[in-house]
Design a protein around this ligand. Sequence first.
Ligand SMILES: [Ca+2]
Length: 95
Amino acid sequence: MRRSTRWILGILSAACVASGAAWATEPEGGAGKGQGRAAQWLESKDADGNGEISRDEWMTSCEARFDKMDADGSGGVTGEEMKAARQKQRQRRSP
Ligand SMILES: [Ca+2]
């Protein structure tokens, strides 16, 4: 595995962890604009609906995120693809 690929995979792994940490730090019951986001996030990752996210469900979610970023389907994510994915995410979040 090339050094740049390992570096990118490290960032992607951190992004998956960060997305989970974001909901975990949300105040009880949510707050303002973010109200209910934690519950929605959990529900979106809990594929079997048992109320918890298994390792497989977590990894499936991370792999889906990776596949979305890999715009050309090459099996790798370039810096440009990551940048484009980030811009798309920002556009979705902006009012
Ligand atoms: Ca589950």
